[in-house]
Design a protein around this ligand. Structure first.
Ligand code: 1CP
Length: 368
């Protein structure tokens, strides 16, 4: 992509977006029936792509995130390779803690690490002074990418949910138990509640900002759902979880911006299905351990996303097709956005994604 600084500036100022040629995912998210099932892949612009690994040799992770031009280039990588039905902006959930003043470094192999994780003593040092202003680069990347997609597919914006952000901030990186973050909830509930509330407010403004710049769908990641009991989740998170989609929709309305579908993905959230459904998201994304019937028996009309086991992409073509088709049949075509049940692994053969997408698009509506 050869764009001059002047051209980028012009694109960033323009909301005259190319018209959308593939609306499958938006039609499905709004409850309609598309011509073919829409499919995208969590972490589709990631390390399993050779072109991404080459790109990362020249640019650091957060350098890519902060440059609309670089983030756009990476976002388009999987779109150039595959017939995916959506792009997701290249960024990370941890740009939000960065905007609150916490340092995050991306360590090769290990992933994100906070050199100084949040403690009760440093809680007061978080910088709540307009963090969304510091994240405008994400919005700019979305706008530039929406122009560069030329209407091929919609662009998805995202954030993590409050609990998942808190886990990373307190644990300082990935965790097996989240016990430090859970300790706050049980032993310092007031501080935990206060932090959740402030994070939820930032998340609403952050996601509204992404739509203002051009995001056509949003996904809220609750990647650490497995660690909380349903009682604690209901007590601490449910009110906020309701507030997030409601807050986004209300703010968009006051700004006269049409609403966009909002997806909620709780990894390890099978024990929280009732609560997830109460929060009034447009789409509930299921991890690979959750059966669509478990949700459909509570709400038969909810739009679902998911949920092939990401490890199925290690299989040969025939086996992958078999498991993909089994999964598609379980969802039953109606109200289904196809995805993996979690992010794609870095050592997957890129060829497998092509087989997965082909199989989904070849799947015929059994109830036309
Ligand atoms: O293509 C896409 O899907 C868009 C880009 C994207 C998204 C949506 C990245 C790029 N990260 C994310 C979200 C994200 N980041 C989540 C939520 C989804 C999930 O549950 O997986 C989480 C938990 C993170 C945190 C994170 N960032 C991890 C996991 C660490 C752990 O042990 O829990 C890792 C490894 C990263 C780094 C990262 N983010 C994205 C990429 C491509 C990478 C690889 C880093 C590299 O290039 O070195």
């Amino acid at each position: 992509m050869d764009l001059s600084e002047e051209e980028i500036k012009q694109y960033l100022e323009s909301t005259d977006f190319p018209s959308l040629k593939n609306e499958r995912i938006l039609i499905t998210a709004k409850g309609g029936v598309p011509d073919k099932l829409p499919v995208w892949v969590m972490r589709q612009a990631g390390r399993y792509l050779t072109e991404f690994r080459d790109f990362r040799k020249q640019h650091s992770f957060f350098e890519i995130c902060r440059s609309p031009k670089l983030a756009c280039e990476v976002t388009l990588m999987p779109i150039r390779r595959y017939e995916l039905d959506a792009a997701i902006i290249f960024s990370d959930i941890l740009v939000v803690p960065q905007a609150l003043g916490l340092e995050v470094v991306m360590e090769p192999e290990k992933g994100p690490v906070f050199p100084k994780p949040l403690t009760l003593d440093t809680l007061k040092d978080l910088d709540w002074n307009n963090p969304v202003e510091k994240l405008q680069y994400v919005g700019q990347a979305i706008r530039l990418t929406r122009h560069m997609l030329q209407g091929k597919v919609p662009i998805i914006g995202f954030s993590a949910a409050p609990w998942t952000l808190m886990v990373y901030m307190i644990e300082g990186g990935g965790t097996k138990t989240a016990s430090k973050a859970k300790k706050w909830i049980y032993s310092n509930p007031q501080q935990a509640r206060e932090l959740f509330k402030r994070l939820a407010d930032v998340i609403v403004d952050y996601l509204v900002m992404q739509v203002e710049w051009g995001a056509q769908m949003l996904q809220l990641f609750e990647s650490s759902a497995e660690y909380l009991t349903s009682d604690v989740y209901e007590d601490f998170m449910l009110p906020l979880l309701k507030q997030i989609p409601a807050g986004i929709r209300a703010k968009l309305q006051t700004k006269n911006i049409p609403s966009v579908p909002i997806v909620f993905f709780a990894k390890g959230g099978r024990h929280l299905l009732d609560l997830q459904l109460q929060a009034n998201f447009d789409v509930i994304s299921l991890d690979w351990a959750t059966d669509p019937q478990d949700v459909r028996c509570i709400n038969k009309d909810i739009v679902l996303q998911g949920n092939l086991d990401p490890c199925a992409l290690y299989a040969d073509k025939e086996t992958l097709q078999k498991y993909t088709t089994k999964m598609l049949n379980k969802f039953g075509y109606k109200h289904h956005i196809v995805n993996l049940g979690h992010g794609i692994y870095p050592d997957v053969d890129p060829q497998a994604v092509e087989w997965f997408v082909e199989t989904v698009h070849a799947f015929k509506n059994p109830y036309p």
